[in-house]
Ligand binder design. Sequence first.
Ligand SMILES: [Zn+2]
Length: 123
Amino acid sequence: MSRVGGKNTKPEIAVRSLLHSLGYRFRLHRKDLPGKPDITLPKYKKVIFVHGCFWHGHEDCPRSKRPSTNEEFWREKLDKNIERDKETVTALKKLGWDVLTVWACEVKDTNKLKTKLLSFLGR
Ligand SMILES: [Zn+2]
């Protein structure tokens, strides 16, 4: 399980190397953009977040199941993350950026991931 906002997580690296192999150029963790997107493609005005299913609350995903102990603690903490993610997307869209979220559980299937990335990037 990766920390919130952890940089260079395994799924993130997988997405980066796939994008790289597809010939895309991108920048990492741009501090001047809301939410410091994991991957920024300035040429396309698009950003990609690679989210851990648990910390960012991937809906209907077995990996995002919340612990049954300290329920209130987790609810508060995780709901806050989800709320912040929503605000980040709204802020980025206002600035004219397209936003894609890749979930950690989607990274294992390279073909599916590739399709998802290519359809987002419009190729
Ligand atoms: Zn998931």
